[in-house]
Design a protein around this ligand. Structure first.
Ligand SMILES: [Mn+2]
Length: 323
């Protein structure tokens, strides 16, 4: 079984390179730190890589200062394996993906449905709520040591990817592992407050501006909000402050697809998509060269806002019509 093969590589090897996706979320950081710490505790050497930027909400996590955002393959001794976590494609690692991919074997651990199986070994479990859940199993099978920091990181991974145990990927298994982590001393209140519920004033100012842009289309089934660069400057906010804003159009009664359009640059936009029930937004995003999960996906597009928006709304119509 692939999990045993990977566990054996962890047991036999001495030096590992671990990476997760740029613009990381709690799963990308939590999984990276948890596996990293378990390996360090068992006397292995690790390089933990994330291109960043790492959200302030995760700055409190133990070990976060050990994550590097630069890598020069020539100045590093050999590694026994490269682990890429929570990335549907190798490119999700960011600008350094070309540098690190020379490390072999490349072990791809992920839970995204559209994962491109880019590894020499691919542990892709789309039924797992988070990569944190897969790392939990790997730590068990490889019989690596555990401590409270690992528990906290795994809890963060599961909690953030399940939207605090609310999304459709919230399984009994997710609760069971999270429960075990609480048994190891993790405080759900402390983590929730830090990771989910601590808002800066600028974030709320940005939300105030963004909520004014709500639009409804296709008989109320598609809800859309827009954030421009001007709004970011006006609120003195940054990209991380807009995290989870996409939920607001999805919260509206009758809306099936919630959309957040974010201006990334001149004539360049990111569409983040969420669905409530029957629409697979990964399929919708795929049509525009993006991807993700059935209920959470995204794509980026160049062009004028009006034309991209119209193009998107036309396609979205096909997904919600007749329901
Ligand atoms: Mn994830």
């Amino acid at each position: 079984m692939i999990l045993d093969d990977i566990a054996n590589i962890l047991k036999r090897g001495k030096r590992f390179f671990l990476a997760s996706h740029k613009d990381p979320d709690g799963d990308a950081i939590g999984s990276l730190l948890a596996l990293g710490e378990a390996l360090i505790l068992s006397g292995k050497e690790v390089v933990l890589f994330n291109e960043g930027p790492i959200p302030d909400s995760m700055a409190f996590l133990v070990g976060i200062e050990n994550i590097v955002n630069r890598f020069n393959p020539k100045s590093e001794p050999e590694f026994d394996a490269l682990f890429v976590l929570d990335c549907g494609t190798l490119e999700r690692v960011g600008g350094n993906s070309a540098n690190i991919c020379n490390i072999t074997p490349l072990i791809n651990i992920d839970h995204h449905e559209n994962n491109s199986q880019f590894g020499d070994l691919n542990l892709v479990d789309t039924h797992s709520s988070s990569v944190g859940e897969i790392i939990y199993r790997l730590i068990q099978v490889a019989d690596l040591p555990r401590n409270k920091n690992i528990a906290e990181n795994l809890f963060v991974a599961i909690q953030t990817d399940t939207g605090s145990f609310r999304y459709g990927n919230t399984t009994k298994e997710a609760f069971t592992i999270a429960g075990e982590m609480v048994g190891c001393g993790v405080s759900p209140w402390k983590i929730s407050r830090k990771v989910m519920d601590e808002y800066s004033l600028k974030k709320l100012r940005l939300l105030e501006l963004t909520l004014k842009t709500i639009e409804i289309f296709h008989a109320g089934k598609v809800g859309l909000i827009t954030i421009t660069q001007e709004m970011f400057s006006k609120a003195k906010a940054d990209n991380f402050d807009s995290e989870r804003f996409v939920d607001y159009p999805r919260f509206i009664s009758g809306v099936e697809i919630g959309v957040l359009i974010k201006e990334l640059g001149k004539d360049y936009y990111k569409f983040s998509l969420r669905s409530n029930d029957w629409v697979n937004v990964a399929d919708l995003a795929y049509h525009f060269g993006g991807g993700g999960h059935p209920k959470a996906a995204a794509f980026t597009r160049h062009g004028s806002l009006d034309s991209i928006k119209q193009e998107f709304l036309n396609k979205a119509h096909e997904f919600v019509i007749g329901h």
